[in-house]
Design a protein around this ligand. Structure first.
Ligand code: ARG
Length: 573
């Protein structure tokens, strides 16, 4: 990591503006207050940072225009090219030549490390993510959890944390008693091998249909689950096989998305750790009986009681989650403890956190549910129950196919077409998800996500590929960051966007919000495209090398922003 990029350069300028204003205000506002008021003007002719004075009128008993003028008179302007008063605004203009050269030098020296910081002090952050359920298809919700969790992990690493990506598979629970029962009645090994998850779902659905008239099926299922919990070899072998074949299908999707996990500690992993949980709860006098079941009272948190053991002694989802949190607490001493799970489980995670706090688990205050909204595809709501499941693998396949068609039309001579189509097709889905604030519900119109124009993944990928193509053509030119000569206002806008990246990286981390990175990538790509459309970058004149330095810096930062999102950046497309 280069020490040059600590905090970024725009940061320095904000600091300079802040310091000058605090001094001119005779300490009537703190640096923090001043900083919070600074704005980025929409156009460069209004300066690079603006300070509005409206909100000071009351405090200083003066009209905003007057305040702006008084401040300008007192202000030490040595650090700036100029400072202008426009109505109630103070507009600060930076020293462009120095700022440009500094920025480009910083980016080019650091390369992919640009924007890296050590805020996280290498602290451990388990991320509970993806976590699909065995013997059921992975849903769009699990896709969101996978891509959001993966990007948050990348962002955390960039901020000096040590994330641990854990796939908390739904691989335990009474439903496995039902599945074993159904399989033994109607199942067939060869069928399952051919199309594992679909077959298993079919058996499961049939079980629910038939048990309406044959309630004895439920008793058999309960007995099978009891056997499974007791370690019965036949039950265990079947369960293991269901888990194995399901995981194979999930892994195909992960491979397609390029997502890897550090651990796959599903619910079953905690089976032998549940007795301790119950004992701890008893020792702390937290378990109370309610209609034969064991619950933890949470009225003090204004929450419904948490059901820990059913009347027959069976454990529940939350029992296993308590064991999970305890395990993570002991194994990692987490500084943050994240659960990337849909908003519909918000209430549940409040209960879980409350129970852990009652138990005095050290990292309980760090537990953070990172929720996200629902997803529909082409206007259709997706739910397993209604039978209208759009299989995730199908969506990815469809997207890659559309990308293939697009590339065949736009760039028929491209060498590695299939590989690029995959990067574009999959990248479009991932980017199309991550550009939305995660708590929003989104409707996913596949064709829109794949457009090369507009706020899409392919648009950003294309800007990167365009930059790379320029650099290929100019491979013989020595690229230096001597940007003193870059006089073009559109180049200047691009440089400022580049300088923002380190702050964007921090903001995305504070908010656990990949959309901050995605929106930034769109802004940088747009700014660069404007520059590209009007500048003759490859003209052989005195500014050539500086222009290429800018192009190289843009390419570097776009690629890094996409990497943080989990999206690939092909050099040609
Ligand atoms: N398997 C669950 C589901 O599909 C998600 C698990 C989330 N993680 C957790 N620790 N509860 O709804």
């Amino acid at each position: 990591m280069s020490p040059l990029n600590q905090g970024g350069i725009q940061m320095d300028y904000k600091q300079k503006v802040t310091a000058a204003l605090v001094a001119a205000l005779d300490g009537q506002l703190t640096a923090e207050d001043v900083r919070a008021k600074l704005e980025r003007p929409k156009t460069s002719n209004k300066g690079d940072i603006a300070f509005p004075t409206f909100t000071l009128a009351k405090l200083l008993h003066q009209a905003p225009q007057q305040i702006a003028q008084n401040l300008a008179d007192k202000l030490d302007t040595t650090d700036f090219e100029k400072v202008e008063v426009v109505g109630p605004y103070l507009n600060f203009f930076f020293d462009k030549a120095g700022y440009s050269a500094d920025t480009l030098k910083t980016v080019l020296t650091a390369g992919a490390d640009y924007g890296q910081n050590q805020d996280g002090n290498n602290g451990n952050v388990p991320i509970d993510m993806s976590s699909p359920n065995i013997a059921k298809p992975m849903s769009m919700g699990h896709l969101r959890s996978t891509v959001i969790g993966n990007s948050i992990a990348n962002i955390l690493t960039k901020n000096g944390y040590h994330p641990i990506k854990d796939n908390h598979l739904g691989d335990w629970g009474t439903q496995f008693g039902k599945l074993i029962t159904a399989y033994k009645l109607w199942g067939n090994e060869a069928d399952v091998k051919k199309d594992p998850i679909n077959k298993l779902v079919e058996y499961y659905v049939r079980f629910h249909k038939e048990d309406v008239d044959k309630p004895e099926l439920d008793d058999i299922a309960r007995e099978w689950f009891r056997k499974l919990e007791a370690g019965d070899p036949e039950a265990h072998k079947l369960w293991e096989w269901f888990r194995e074949v399901s995981l194979q299908e999930f892994n195909d999707v992960y491979k397609e998305l390029g997502v890897k996990f550090d651990t796959y500690n599903g619910e079953a992993f905690y089976n032998d750790k549940l007795a301790e949980v119950v004992q701890l709860l008893k020792d702390k006098h937290l378990l109370v009986e309610s209609q034969g079941a064991q619950v933890v009272d949470l009225s003090k948190y204004d929450l419904n009681p948490a059901l820990i053991l059913k009347s027959d002694g069976a454990s529940l989802y939350i029992t296993r989650d308590i064991a999970t949190a305890l395990y993570r607490d002991r194994t990692y001493s987490p500084v943050k403890n994240l659960y990337v799970v849909g908003s519909e489980q918000t209430y549940y995670f409040k209960q879980l956190k409350a129970v852990l706090e009652e138990m005095g688990v050290k990292s309980a205050p760090n537990l953070q549910h990172v929720p996200f909204g629902l997803i529909t595809v082409d206007g259709k709501k997706l739910s397993t129950r209604s039978g209208r499941i759009i299989l995730l693998a199908k969506v990815l396949e469809e997207s890659v196919k559309l990308a293939q068609e697009e590339i065949a039309e736009k760039n028929p001579t491209l060498a590695n077409k299939d590989e690029v189509a995959k990067q574009v097709g999959v990248g479009a889905i991932v980017f199309g998800d991550l550009k939305n604030e995660r708590t929003n519900n989104i409707d996913f119109v596949l064709a829109d996500q794949l457009k090369f124009e507009g706020e899409t993944g392919p648009y950003v990928q294309y800007a990167h590929a365009r930059a790379e193509s320029i650099l290929r053509k100019a491979a013989h030119v020595d690229v230096t960051a001597d940007a003193n000569q870059l006089t073009d206002p559109l180049a200047w806008d691009t440089i400022k966007a580049l300088a923002d990246f380190p702050q964007i990286v921090k903001m995305a981390c504070d908010e656990l919000e990949p959309s901050v990175i995605a929106k930034y990538a769109i802004r940088l790509a747009k700014t660069f495209n404007k520059y590209y459309a009007h500048a003759k970058i490859l003209t052989d004149d005195a500014e050539l090398s500086a222009r290429l330095a800018l192009v190289k810096a843009v390419s570097t930062v776009l690629k890094e922003a996409l990497r943080l999102l989990g999206v690939q950046a092909p050099d040609e497309m």
